[in-house]
Design a protein around this ligand. Structure first.
Ligand code: GLU
Length: 447
């Protein structure tokens, strides 16, 4: 596919609904339930990949929609004594290959449609890595920074109990995502276990190590991002240690990725978090910035470099730009002003469909989210297997297994992209979609 044709395909996918086997009215109403920009983007990416994947129409039509969407309302007693009701969601996109898997996020932008998009990406991500899972995602619409620890605990416990009918170690296994962490997972595991009457560590992943968590889960996503970037450098004949990197996001993904880059000898010249960014042409001292954030909660007030805004950071000249903050960061507007030689997606959905077209034309490779941040769910899978089997592996064993699985997925994606002359994102989607389609064809659509 030439860049021009790819761009046209993107426009077509965006504006026209592809011909499908079932009558268009069948799900026209249901599509509205999830209709948000992010869900439209996930479906448009899927529609771009389907012709390359070459899967049957009726299978494609089934995979365009999540299997089950749950909406709950969560009453929480605030510290003031007042009760506030928060909306919560869990969307399970596909259970064809195994239980559904995916994070729980606490964020002001959480909607059913956002969870549906993220759940669909989880399906392709798990299938690409050949994990025996389908995709899910959930969350609560709230401002997590304004909630106290006690409020977060009550919210998490009530949310978990509202989800009891749809989650389980063989049904759907939550994990951390934006603004949730080991503690959130501990509350979820405890709430679920209290209902069952015994400890069920395998109900969630990303737990504290003391209750069955993996010794490498906390670092897994950020470390995996750098493993994939390093593999890409090898393929392009570059040395990772010689790259100048800019990292957007300095939390669990961006912070760890920065540390890994720094450890491998690369120079990290700019980083940012919600409070803005810091830049130093000579390279930032990442360990001391992480120490600063541990002490102060964010980069706010840190004088270790020149301050810059998140927008400026994205347009900073560099070799590798790691996007590890949130969705919708590179758009049609700023894509022409990106001065990176490679984009690495640590967050889910940070590059818009239109931006993908611009970057493809500008020949800037984008290492796509469903490949690049898959280290998190891969180590989640190891954690779940270890909990089920009650056996535990060492850090080095886990790290080595992760590197093997990410490298294998990377090579398949790279080869597919080369074979079809499509962006790496399409290559990754094609690999994932084919796995799920083969499984659905083998099982058949019930009844
Ligand atoms: N929330 C992470 C993701 O987007 C991890 C999901 C998991 O570990 O299940 O991939």
């Amino acid at each position: 596919m030439t860049p021009r044709r790819a761009r046209e395909a993107i426009q077509e996918a965006r504006y026209t609904r592809p011909a499908v086997a079932s009558p268009p009215e069948a799900l026209a109403h249901a599509q509205l339930e999830w209709d948000t920009p992010l869900y439209r983007m996930a479906v448009a990416q899927f529609d771009q990949a389907v012709p390359v994947a070459g899967i049957p129409d009726d299978i494609a039509e089934r995979l365009r929609y999540p299997e089950r969407s749950t909406i709950v309302s969560i009453p929480v007693r605030m510290d003031t004594g007042r009760r506030v009701v928060f909306p919560g969601y869990r969307v399970q996109h596909s259970s064809i290959i195994g239980p559904t898997k995916g994070g729980i996020r606490y964020d002001a932008n959480v909607t059913l449609g956002e969870c549906a998009a993220l759940a669909m990406w989880m399906t392709w991500k798990c299938a690409l890595l050949r994990l025996p899972y389908g995709g899910a995602k959930g969350g609560v619409r709230c401002d997590p920074r304004s909630l106290s620890i006690g409020e977060l605990e009550r919210l998490t416990r009530r949310f978990t109990s509202e989800l009891l009918p749809v989650i389980g170690p063989k049904e759907d296994i939550p994990a951390p995502d934006m603004a949730t962490n080991e503690q959130t997972m501990a509350w979820m595991m405890d709430t679920y276990s209290m209902q069952r009457g015994f400890a069920v560590p395998e109900i969630v992943t990303g737990k504290p190590i003391s209750i069955g968590g993996s010794v490498f889960r906390h670092e897994a996503t950020g470390a995996g991002v750098v493993m994939v970037a390093s593999r890409a450098c090898d393929r392009l004949g570059l040395s990772l240690a010689e790259q100048r990197c800019v990292v957007q996001g300095f939390g669990n993904v961006g912070g760890i990725a920065s540390q890994e880059l720094h450890d491998r000898g690369a120079s990290v010249t700019a980083v940012s978090d919600v409070s803005g960014g810091l830049h130093s042409e000579d390279g930032l001292d990442i360990p001391s910035l992480l120490e600063y954030v541990r002490e102060h909660g964010s980069l706010e007030g840190c004088a270790a470099g020149r301050r810059l805004t998140n927008e400026e950071l994205l347009e900073t000249e560099c070799d590798i730009l790691v996007l590890a903050a949130r969705e919708d960061q590179i758009t049609e507007d700023n894509a022409p002003r990106i001065h990176a030689r490679m984009i690495v997606e640590g967050a889910n959905g940070p590059t818009s469909l239109e931006a993908d077209g611009v970057l493809w034309e500008r020949e800037i490779p984008v290492l796509p989210d469903i490949l690049t941040n898959a280290g998190g769910v891969t180590v989640s899978y190891f954690e779940w297997v270890q909990d089920l089997g009650r056996i535990f592996w060492t850090r080095d064993e886990i790290r080595a297994k992760l590197e093997l699985m990410l490298s294998d997925a990377f090579d398949r994606v790279w080869d597919l992209a080369e074979e079809h002359t499509v962006p790496l994102r399409t290559g990754a989607l094609v690999a994932g979609i084919r796995e799920v389609s083969d499984a659905l064809e083998a099982r058949g659509i019930f009844p």
